[in-house]
Design a binder for this molecule. Structure first.
Ligand SMILES: Nc1ncnc2c1ncn2[C@@H]1O[C@H](COP(=O)(O)OP(=O)(O)OP(=O)(O)O)[C@@H](O)[C@H]1O
Ligand SMILES: [Mg+2]
Length: 319
């Protein structure tokens, strides 16, 4: 069974992308899972971290990105081809090199990360999304573009992780439409947590209005600084903030993740695709001095908790 999870927060810069990439790499290369990453953010950060700039530029030029998928709907063109657009076997931790021209067939049979890359042109698409429903000859919902193009392929993967931009516009809603769950990464401070009730309320309304299955699987504290009083107070305030937010929306309160991702240069540096890494520990634990910290264990703990929660849901019949 495939779990589809959107990473979302209305606040920018709270480590949505970094956490998603870390988790995708852990699920694939430590846990042996098949992962599809969908990058819905025009900033293309997850895309660049996972496939590097050179390969992405070629994909963008060929119109094989998620932006083209939306632009095709807007302009009634047929440039996007899902078989070409989904890049197989991304990440600089991927040890199995797949030749670009190799025919693999539709089945994903071994652990790896595939990626539907994004493009800056997604901004253009975002601004014109409402045009999709008003196009003259047939009625198409602007919310189901991703669903129609990709949902049939989801069963090939154990996890589909969707990186959302920091807003709740049409493009994000396309991600929510196909998700079983959403995860809210946040810094434990006032400004980062301020928009959480808004997210909960909006997604709750969407779920009812569009009969979606999506539920919040939890809030994850990122970039945590143990010595910071602001973060300490923010963390203390979070349970009550969450309880209120979910109660007001008539939703079951989603728990805070027990794992917290600490602020660490090594984590930020690991997003550089061109920085070579010999293995997972080297990528996430290497320090300036050349020695290793145990930082690399955190994504593993996160993956354990993430999978455990989804399993519990499945057992309870909610996902
Ligand atoms: N655990 C961490 N420790 C230190 N720096 C981090 C950590 N996680 C992310 N960062 C840095 O914080 C910044 C924001 O991270 P990231 O791009 O993942 O956030 P985001 O929520 O996806 O942002 P956006 O809303 O712009 O998409 C980046 O410069 C990233 O390198
Ligand atoms: Mg991001």
């Amino acid at each position: 069974m495939t779990h589809v999870v959107s990473f979302i927060n209305l606040k920018g810069g709270v480590a949505k992308t970094t956490t998603l990439v870390q988790l995708a790499e852990t699920l694939a290369f430590i846990k042996g899972k098949r992962v599809l990453v969908i990058d819905l953010d025009p900033q293309t950060n997850a895309t660049i971290a996972l496939m590097g700039e050179a390969r992405w530029e070629a994909a963008d030029e060929a119109g094989q990105t998620v932006a083209q998928l939306f632009l095709d709907q807007i302009h009634d063109t047929r440039v996007f081809d899902v078989n070409r657009a989904v890049v197989r076997g991304v990440s600089n931790l991927n040890r199995i090199r797949i030749p670009e021209d190799m025919e693999l067939g539709p089945e994903v049979t071994y652990p790896r990360i595939d990626l539907l890359p994004s493009s800056i042109r997604l901004i253009e698409a975002q601004d014109r999304m409402a045009d999709i429903s008003t196009r003259s000859h047939y009625t198409v919902s602007p919310m189901t573009v991703i669903q129609r193009a990709l949902e049939g392929r989801f069963s090939q993967y154990d996890f589909v992780l969707i990186d959302c931009p920091p807003n709740l516009g049409y493009i994000t809603q396309n991600g929510l439409e196909v998700s079983d769950a959403y995860l809210v990464p946040t810094i434990a401070d006032k400004l980062s947590t301020y928009g959480i009730p808004q997210i909960v309320k909006t997604i709750s309304r969407l779920r009812t209005a569009r009969h979606l299955k999506i539920r919040c699987m939890g809030v994850l504290v990122t970039k945590f600084q143990t010595g910071s009083n602001i973060h300490k107070r923010g963390l203390e305030a979070l349970p009550e903030l969450l309880e209120r937010a979910f109660l007001e929306s008539g939703e079951e309160t989603a728990p805070l993740f027990e794992v917290r991702i600490p602020q660490a240069n090594a984590t930020a540096e690991a997003m550089d695709f061109d920085r070579s890494a010999t293995n997972f520990r080297d990528k996430y634990g290497r320090q300036k001095s050349g020695s290793y910290s145990n930082l690399y264990e955190l994504p593993m703990l996160l993956a354990d908790e993430f999978m455990h929660r989804l399993d519990e849901w499945r057992a309870g019949g909610s996902a």
